[in-house]
Design a protein around this ligand. Structure first.
Ligand SMILES: Nc1ncnc2c1ncn2[C@@H]1O[C@H](COP(=O)(O)OP(=O)(O)OP(=O)(O)O)[C@@H](O)[C@H]1O
Ligand SMILES: [Mg+2]
Length: 312
């Protein structure tokens, strides 16, 4: 089997989504799902037609096995997934608090993925991939995982593999000052940077979307896609800035919309789309992801996205 074209590095999680609105201490039932930003991204890339693979560590436990079954059923290459004996795969709980507001509670400290280290990075696979994708979460979960991320970026940079990077700032995982230092440094090394507006504002200290975009672009990536929820995407390529409006949908759960955007965007770049074309496709894929509950279930396949773009 050839190496995957898109290789993502990060932590997958099992999701427990509270069935009814309210706080976690009141929750009586949960819907089980899958999450983890980079796992969502590879699944989205695969459903958009890319040969995608995942690089992570899971526990040799029920949750690790469930994730492995998920990736295999999606055609995601798992040869670089290490299944760790005795490890406890990370989980998280989602509660809803009205008006689309969500709260996340993580149980991931000491997870197998937090033991990712540079030794886990398969040099040849990274070199042969066309896109390496990682996120700020990959860097935030532990120092050794952060080292793994920078090592993978270094290998990618020396072999012409594009680096795609989503800051995905999560305040529960690391303090803003440390996140800012690492994220802005990574933006200097990445080719494609995919922040959302909220984290972009926090990380740059700027307010205006165009200024936030420029602050990332100035660091050197050839593409910056600033994700702005229902306001769509501000795309920066070189000196050009293009606003791509969101695709209108009735959103019920935006979890994973950004990850789906990242995966769909990467898949279309590999198919030869320009960044503007890839953004036009990815906003439709991301919008469709918001129309159903959970992160993974509603990620659309390519045919669904194409049909939605040009209704007959
Ligand atoms: N309500 C919505 N209607 C239409 N499209 C949406 C909506 N919310 C999100 N999207 C699409 O999804 C993209 C990514 O969403 P968002 O800006 O929320 O990213 P994010 O915050 O990184 O998401 P995540 O929670 O996955 O990290 C948006 O740029 C937009 O194209
Ligand atoms: Mg995001």
């Amino acid at each position: 089997m050839p190496h995957p074209q898109i290789l993502a590095l990060g932590e997958p999680l099992l999701e427990f989504n509270a069935a009814a609105e309210g706080s976690l201490d009141d929750a009586a039932a949960f819907h089980l799902g899958f999450g983890g930003d980079t796992s969502n991204m590879v699944i989205a890339a695969g459903r958009s037609g890319a040969a995608a693979g995942y690089l992570t560590r899971v526990g040799d436990d029920a949750f690790g096995h469930a994730l492995l079954r998920l990736w295999k059923s999606e055609g995601v290459d798992v040869r670089h997934v290490t299944c760790e004996p005795g490890g406890a795969t990370g989980i998280y709980f989602v509660t809803r608090h009205g008006e689309g507001r969500h709260a996340f509670t993580y149980r991931r400290a000491g997870s197998p993925a937090s033991r990712l280290s540079p030794a886990d990075v398969p040099g040849q696979a990274v070199a042969e991939a066309r896109i390496l994708h990682l996120s700020g979460i990959t860097q935030a979960i532990s120092a050794s995982a952060c080292d793994a991320a920078f090592h993978a970026i270094d290998v990618a940079g020396r072999s012409g593999t594009l680096v795609s990077y989503d800051p995905n700032y999560r305040p529960a995982l690391w303090p803003l000052e440390r996140a800012r230092a690492v994220v802005l440094r990574t933006a200097e090394l990445a080719d494609v940077v995919l922040p959302n507006l909220e984290e972009g504002r926090l990380l740059t200290g700027l307010e205006e979307p165009r200024e936030v975009l420029a602050a990332f672009a100035r660091r050197g990536p050839s593409i910056v896609a600033l994700k702005m929820g229902a306001d769509g995407v501000l795309l920066g390529t070189g000196d050009r800035v293009t606003h791509v409006p969101a695709h209108p949908v009735t959103a019920v759960d935006a979890t994973g919309a950004g990850d789906t955007f990242d995966g769909a965007f990467a898949a279309r770049l590999l198919d030869g789309d320009s960044p503007v074309e890839a953004t036009g496709y990815a906003v439709v894929a991301a919008a469709l992801t918001t129309t159903g509950p959970g992160a993974v279930g509603p990620i659309p396949h390519r045919d669904t996205v194409l049909a939605e773009r040009s209704p007959t």
